[in-house]
Ligand binder design. Sequence first.
Ligand SMILES: Nc1ncnc2c1ncn2[C@@H]1O[C@H](COP(=O)(O)OP(=O)(O)OP(=O)(O)O)[C@@H](O)[C@H]1O
Ligand SMILES: [Mg+2]
Length: 230
Amino acid sequence: MLLEIKNLTKTYRAPDGVHGVDVLRDLHWQVAPGETVAILGPSGSGKSTLLNILGALDGVDRGEVWVGGQDLAQLDEKGLALYRNETVGFIFQLHHLLPQCTILENVLVPTLAKPGADRGVLKNRARELLAAVGLEHRLHHLPGQLSGGERQRVAVARALIHRPRLVLADEPTGSLDRDSAGRLVDLLLEINATQGVTLVVVTHALDVAQRMRRMFEIEHGQLVERVACE
Ligand SMILES: Nc1ncnc2c1ncn2[C@@H]1O[C@H](COP(=O)(O)OP(=O)(O)OP(=O)(O)O)[C@@H](O)[C@H]1O
Ligand SMILES: [Mg+2]
C-alpha cells in the first residue's frame, strides 16, 4: 500500500480547552500505489483535516499514518520537511502562489529548501512542467496577471517539481468553471497515467469525483466507500 491509516482519531480542542470537536474517529484507510481517489463529504466533515494529516501539515491524537512504508510519527523535523517538500505534492484550494514572484519562480519555490540542488536542471524541469500545463508563454508573468484556472495550473506544476509519489489536492477545482475544472482534472489524470503518481482529490463536485477510480465519503469521522453508478 502507498498509504495506510490505522485507528486514526483527530480531535480539535475548543477555545475553552474543555469541549473538543471529534473530527476523525477511529478511521482506517488504504490506498494502493497509482490509485486515483476522491474524498467527498459535507462542509466541516473533516476532509481538509484528513488531507493536512496526510501531508504532515497537522498531527494526530491517536493512530498511525504510513506513506510509502514510512510511519509519519517516526520522522524527525528534517525527515518531515523532506517528506512535505518531496514525497507529497500539495495543491491547496486557494493556490497559495506568491504574488510578487513570477510563475517560473513560484514553481521553483519548493526547491529553495534544497541548497545543493542543480539550479539549471530544476529550472528546466519547471519550464517543462509549465509547458505541460499549457503555460510556456507565461513564465515571467505574475500570478495576478493570470486567470483563476491558469493559477491553479501553476499550483499543479509547483506540486510536481520534485516528482512526488503522492499528490494531495484540496478542492483544486473549487474556484473554476466547469470547463476549466474538467481540463484541470484531465491534467491530474494524465500525470497519474504517465507518471504513476497516486492522486487523492477532495472535492464537492460529483462530476470531478466520478472521474477518480474510487470515491469515499467522510461520514461520522470515518471514510465510507461509495460505489460508482455507471
Ligand atoms: N484549527 C482548528 N481548531 C478547531 N477546530 C477546527 C480547526 N480546524 C478545523 N476545525 C473544525 O474541524 C471540523 C472539520 O474541518 P475541516 O476543515 O477538515 O472540514 P472540511 O470537510 O474540509 O470542510 P469544507 O468542505 O468546508 O472545506 C470543522 O468542524 C472545523 O470547524
Ligand atoms: Mg476543507
